[in-house]
Design a protein around this ligand. Structure first.
Ligand code: HEC
Ligand code: HEC
Length: 461
């Protein structure tokens, strides 16, 4: 028997098993005598035993790359009041300052190995096995409300809560902006959505929301032995990741890259403002929310492996009566209020501080940010290749090969303070990190005051 055909043998087990110290021989020897139940219990117990060492490996990389301390900013919060984290968290290589680094050319930075490691692609919490992982707060609240447990027995989420979006996040509807946040401070689930929304949505939108909250089988959460939940599982809902139509920072590995070490870690993007977007997915560039909705169900949930989807219980959505309803609800999700912005997305002079106004001038001037992040929503709806590989040699860390990212869509900056961590793979913890990143990538040579002003402006969007 070929061990890769074992039901619990994940597609990428070869690398994984080497790391776990499990040899294919060891698996072969036990497989013949054990029942499927024993196999599952054995796999679960082995992976649970190995879990701590991989978690430790990831924490070591995080501590090497970032200042991971809890340092809330004063007077700057997300929409419902969670403090933003302050300061640059990416660590500098020994012996250089940000100012010195900015004076070097990309080739010099690469030759001297001075690219800060925190600017490299961030590995998934356990990159070799990948798949969807939920932050602890999400698991706890989902369990409390719906008795559905999103815990994986083989791995935990890796970043502390203070670097994540507020949870549960507020929910704003384009159709009822008079109401402000309509979530009433709750995580919207199957258990409460009807009471919360029956009087403010039409029946079609309500049905779309119900489908977005309904769990369906996925790669790691299903009823087969090839799952990563201890108990057979009903699955995962769209809004388990896009909590309240925003994001809870659940992470994943992108389905569309092979081999595995080149796959991007991929943080859940907010669905706020999908109505003004033209490209969906950081690299897939699908052209409609409808397409993305269908696509998530059929393939992405299963790491882009349709055969797994068929085996584990994929749920094919019907375009006319389901996909459109779900898309219609998604299109109602609005950005959070930005009281300092005018109708063109620019600062209202009477409301803005001096620093914010200077930051705006930099954003549209010396910083060149607006050539890609165009107002009023601060995206040009295009993909751009930032070519960060100009700055570093390819190398592999924790199973992730740092390499060229390729073209990525211009992420929307409207409401950006609510969506840490930053970049498609969550490699940057704070807005100050994003400014240092673009200062090098665009070779801007900003001075300290200019960087602070840009951060102040980003917080107003
Ligand atoms: C496991 C977490 C998870 C679940 C469950 C999930 N998504 Fe996503 N969603 C993501 C991630 C991660 C991306 C980014 C993908 C990429 O960049 O390639 C994404 C992207 C999207 C986008 C494109 C947003 C943009 O700005 O480009 C839409 C629309 C979307 N999801 C809708 C859905 C729908 C509808 C469902 C349910 C059918 C769903 N998602 C289920 C994590 C999830
Ligand atoms: C050449 C186009 C381009 C320019 C110029 C540009 N950006 Fe971006 N920006 C992008 C792209 C593409 C991404 C997504 C990159 C990724 O995820 O790897 C991005 C991402 C970001 C993010 C993170 C968004 C998120 O949701 O995580 C921030 C913040 C940001 N840019 C700020 C800036 C600032 C500030 C400037 C000017 C100093 C700037 N950008 C200039 C294209 C650009």
């Amino acid at each position: 028997m070929n061990w890769t055909q074992k039901p619990w043998a994940a597609a990428r087990l070869p690398t994984h098993s080497r790391l776990l110290g499990l040899s294919a021989m060891a698996m072969l020897c036990c497989a013949g005598t054990a029942s499927a139940d024993d196999d599952f219990a054995w796999t679960a117990s082995r992976l649970q035993q190995e879990k701590a060492s991989f978690a430790q490996r990831q924490q070591t990389v995080l501590a090497d790359r970032y200042d991971m301390t809890d340092r809330p900013a004063t007077g700057a919060t997300m929409s419902r009041g969670k403090p933003l984290q302050d300061g640059v968290r990416v660590k500098l290589p020994r012996g250089v300052t940000w100012e010195r680094l900015a004076m070097l050319s990309p080739a010099e930075i690469k030759a001297s190995n001075l690219w800060p490691a925190g600017f490299l692609p961030l590995p998934h919490p356990h990159h070799e096995v990948g798949g969807m992982v939920f932050p602890r707060v999400v698991i706890a609240e989902t369990l409390r409300q719906t008795e559905r447990d999103l815990t994986r027995f083989d791995l935990d989420f890796d970043l502390p809560d203070y670097f994540l979006p507020e949870f549960p996040p507020p929910l704003y509807l384009t159709t009822r902006s008079d109401l402000g946040d309509v979530s009433q401070g709750k995580l919207v689930t199957l258990a409460n959505f009807n009471a919360l929304f029956k009087d403010i949505l039409n029946p079609k939108q309500l049905e779309g929301l119900r489908l977005l909250l309904t769990p369906f089988p996925q790669q790691q959460f299903n009823a087969t032995d090839d799952r990563r939940s201890l108990k057979a599982h009903t699955g995962v809902a769209c809004l388990d990741c896009h909590a309240n139509g925003h994001t809870d920072a659940a992470t994943h590995t992108s389905g569309d890259v092979r081999p595995n070490e080149y796959r991007h870690r991929i943080g859940t993007p907010s669905l706020r403002g999908v109505n003004i977007q033209r490209l969906f997915g950081s690299q897939r560039a699908l052209k409609s929310v409808e397409d993305f909705t269908e696509f998530e169900q059929r393939g992405a949930y299963f790491d882009g492996t349709p055969a797994d989807a068929a085996r584990k219980g994929t749920n094919i959505l019907e375009r006319g009566s389901q996909v459109h309803f779900m898309a219609e609800f998604q299109a109602l999700l609005d950005f959070p209020p930005a009281p300092k912005l005018d109708l063109f997305g620019k600062l209202l002079v009477a409301k803005a501080t001096e620093s914010e106004l200077r930051g705006q001038a930099l954003f549209f001037g010396k910083g060149q940010c607006a050539s890609c992040h165009t107002p009023p929503y601060y995206t040009d709806s295009l993909m751009h290749n930032l070519k960060t590989e100009r700055f570093f040699q390819e190398s592999t860390v924790n199973g992730r090969t740092a390499s060229a990212d390729g073209p990525i869509k211009t992420l929307v900056l409207r409401g950006i303070k609510d969506s840490p961590p930053y970049l498609h793979d969550d490699r940057l913890m704070t807005l100050a990190d994003t400014v240092e990143f673009f200062n090098l990538v665009l070779e801007l040579k900003l001075i300290q005051q200019e960087k602070q002003d840009l951060v102040a402006f980003l917080r107003t969007l």
